[in-house]
Design a protein around this ligand. Structure first.
Ligand SMILES: [Zn+2]
Length: 459
């Protein structure tokens, strides 16, 4: 250094007021570098982030049937073990869907800091949905073009997984003396309910509040939003009954499809208006999902549907059975028992008023709503860091559909959990799904800064 005056070994002048001001400015600068260092480290790993995302997309973890789960867990182990993570590969033996051909493998990787403290867990599902039609890109090619990486699962949610890995690695390399622990999990089957993934791990104690204190799920809710939870769901099959007879003399039988028509009419007249009038205080997006909703997933009555294998002309019969599957999404303000009895009461009304009407109602599944308090530590800190990185206030939202938070909440009994990740929700499950590289960089920065807030001493 040529300028002797700035060399602390050779103080030439007594401390003047201007020097004191300069020292104070240095102190101020000292408060900043933590975040600047993280930003620089993450920026310098942009190519690594792209390559990691591409590698993940190129492992086709289609669900159903649940392919390549072991392969993607081993890939993550190869990435994280050399960086000091203790990796556990856990098969959800006996969980729905688990079989020898398609075993449900999960990975939980953990790295402890140098002093005791809290554990921050990043959970991503590794499965992707069916490719579907309409693609112009190779769904497993992971092409990079115009700052976007294309492929099935790019947005939902391999981009989020890659961003969280880069955030964690950048944090650990920059501040190796952190307190507590960091975990990264890659879990199976979220797209089919999470029973062979997070639910199984939660049952094994992986999400108990003694082990983990903060959970971030990098689902694609967009880089400026904190997702606090999701609505509930109730799935049921309704069957109406009739009596088979010759189709030319339907008056000799009883048509189960017409009975189902009466059910649907009752839904239109009574149930749909009642559901539409209920509004939740949950910040659900999009707006339309702030009311209760119900989809009729399927309807089938009478003879088997005609398709290529069954192309014979129909015989002439009055249907004696008709079935529908309903998908009822409910609000935090509703309770499951009321949701069930509302439908059952309508069916019982018909049974009373409509001649020969009889039905069966079978519950297929249910999920209770989950909602983290917006003042919960992880929600507050992620929101604060979104504002710090993006320069605007974070939006708190809730998801119309469910995701793995339900298991962390209900089985793990851990309430301090949010979804936060890059990617645009509307891109999920679509053809030409993509993730923006800049969005991944920004959200990795939010994640790394959140780690600094949670695991480092205050500045
Ligand atoms: Zn997802």
């Amino acid at each position: 250094m040529a300028d002797g005056a700035s060399d602390p070994a050779t103080p030439l002048l007594p401390r003047s007021a201007s020097e004191r001001i300069l020292t104070r400015m240095d102190d101020l600068r000292q408060a900043e570098p933590r975040h600047i260092l993280l930003r620089e480290t993450i920026e310098s790993r942009r190519d690594d982030l792209i390559a990691l995302t591409q590698d993940l997309i190129r492992i086709p973890t289609l669900n159903p049937p649940g392919e390549n789960y072991r392969l993607i867990c081993e890939f993550l182990e190869d990435r994280l073990a050399p960086r000091g993570f203790e990796c556990q590969l856990v098969r959800a033996t006996g969980a729905p869907g688990d079989c020898e051909k398609y075993p449900r493998w999960n990975i939980v990787a953990r790295k402890d800091g140098t002093t005791p403290g809290e554990c921050v867990h990043f959970n991503s599902h590794t499965d992707v949905v069916d490719v579907g039609l309409g693609w112009t890109k190779d769904p497993f090619g992971a092409e990079l073009s115009d700052g976007k990486i294309y492929g099935r699962g790019a947005c939902d949610m391999k981009g989020g997984l890659a961003a969280s890995i880069i955030a964690v690695e950048a944090f650990i390399d920059t501040f190796p003396d952190y307190a507590g622990a960091i975990e990264i999990s890659g879990t199976a089957d979220e797209e089919s309910g999470g029973y062979g993934g997070v639910a199984y791990l939660a049952e094994q104690g992986f999400f108990s509040p003694q082990r983990v204190q903060h959970v971030i799920i990098p689902e694609p809710l967009h880089k400026d939003r904190v997702c606090l939870g999701h609505r509930g769901g109730w799935w049921a099959e309704i069957e109406t009954f009739g009596e088979i007879a010759h189709g030319s003399m339907p008056f000799l039988g009883d048509c189960a499809v017409r009975h189902m028509g009466a059910v649907l009419e009752k839904f239109e007249d009574d149930l749909y208006p009642a559901m539409a009038s209920r509004k939740t205080d949950m910040p659900v997006i999009p707006e339309g999902a702030r009311s209760s909703t119900m989809n009729i997933n399927s309807i089938h009555g009478g003879q088997q549907e005609r398709d290529e294998e069954n192309s014979a002309l129909p015989s002439h019969c009055v249907p004696d059975s008709c079935r529908i599957v309903i998908d009822r999404r409910f609000l935090a303000e509703e309770n499951l028992e009321d949701v069930r009895s509302e439908v059952r009461d309508l069916l019982d009304d018909l049974k009373r008023d409509r001649p020969k009407f009889d039905y069966d109602l079978r519950e297929l599944n249910h999920v209770l709503p989950s909602m983290t308090d917006r003042d919960a530590p992880v929600a507050k800190i992620v929101a604060q860091e979104i504002e710090n990185v993006l320069g605007k206030a974070a939006e708190f939202v809730a998801s119309p559909g469910t995701y793995d938070q339900k298991h962390i909440d209900r089985i793990g009994r851990l309430k301090n959990c949010v979804a936060y990740g890059p990617g645009i929700l509307e891109m999920a499950h679509k053809p030409d799904e993509y993730i923006g590289v800049d969005d991944m960089i920004d959200s990795a920065h939010v994640m790394a800064r959140s780690l600094a807030e949670l695991l480092l001493p205050k500045d």
